[in-house]
Design a protein around this ligand. Structure first.
Ligand code: CIR
Length: 266
């Protein structure tokens, strides 16, 4: 799987007070720092061989709009525009849809209620899809994914209470290599993945679930900084990536943002 394009979106100021969050952070989100961290994130995408990056204008009326991953599932030349699980996030999809419609080579499909999916629940291994059934993604949404990508096996994974998305506990960390957290929810998801998958993956354990959300792009591993997750620093070295980039995402993580959610890669 080689990615050359990425879609991102500028951060609205309204995220500081109105971004959805599972719990209040200890310190408020520092907006200026969040902007700097996003800039560095975009630079890391460039360093991973992404040559074409679109950064959409922001919209203050949708505080979570920086998390573009949730609005689209893009595989090959098909872009499935989702119906995000949180009603406040549904208006986010219009400019995302417009963007993919403007790409000459894209087939664009839209999902309608009652089906709903957050892209954060969709893990594509390159061979098959695992879809988290969570507070944001339902069985009907999974069915739409199955219909939209008929040639790819699709498996459901139940996401435990208190975990936002499937990719809050596991992501790809290499070719056929899945990074997975160690919490009870992460372990249960891992067992379900093992028992449903058609293909075999190396599973690498990451001591903190939040740090298990990494980006693996064209052989480059982008992970969370050891400043944020010192207990996970040893994991990255053993992964055989061509290049390893460390990013601090402390501010967006205060509203449950992780590395994968800040871009759509295709
Ligand atoms: C939300 O609760 O929807 C946002 N505050 C965070 C979304 C993070 N998205 C992702 O991990 N894919």
């Amino acid at each position: 799987m080689r990615y050359t394009r990425a879609l991102c979106r500028k951060i609205p100021k309204s995220i500081v007070t109105n971004g959805l969050r599972l719990q209040e952070p200890d310190t408020p989100l520092d907006f200026e720092l969040a902007l700097n961290q996003q800039q560095r994130y975009i630079q890391a995408l460039e360093e991973s061989g992404i040559t074409n990056i679109t950064v959409l204008e922001t919209d203050e009326s949708v505080p979570d709009c920086v998390f573009v991953e949730d609005a689209a599932v893009v595989i090959g030349n098909t872009a499935l525009i989702t119906n995000p699980g949180a009603p406040s996030r549904r208006p986010e999809v219009a400019p995302i849809k417009q963007h993919f419609e403007s790409q000459q080579d894209m087939r664009v499909v839209s999902m309608e209620s009652p089906a709903c999916v957050d892209g954060g629940d969709v893990l594509f291994t390159g061979k098959e899809l695992f879809v988290g059934i969570s507070t944001r993604t339902n069985e009907k949404g999974l069915e739409v994914i199955r219909e939209t990508f008929p040639n790819i096996p699709v498996h459901a994974i139940r996401v435990g209470d208190g975990t936002l998305h499937l990719k809050s506990v596991m992501t790809m960390g290499g070719n056929d290599l899945i990074l997975c957290g160690e919490s009870e929810n992460a372990s249960a998801a891992k067992e379900m993945l093992r028992s449903t998958s058609k293909f075999v993956y190396d599973m690498v354990s990451v001591p903190d679930d939040y740090a298990a959300n990494c980006l693996f792009i064209n052989g480059v591993l982008i992970h969370r900084s050891s400043e944020e997750f010192p207990a996970c620093a040893h994991v990255w070295e053993g992964l055989n990536a061509e290049k390893v980039i460390s990013l601090n995402l402390s501010e967006l993580s205060k509203v449950d943002g992780a590395l994968t959610c800040c871009s759509v890669l295709y």
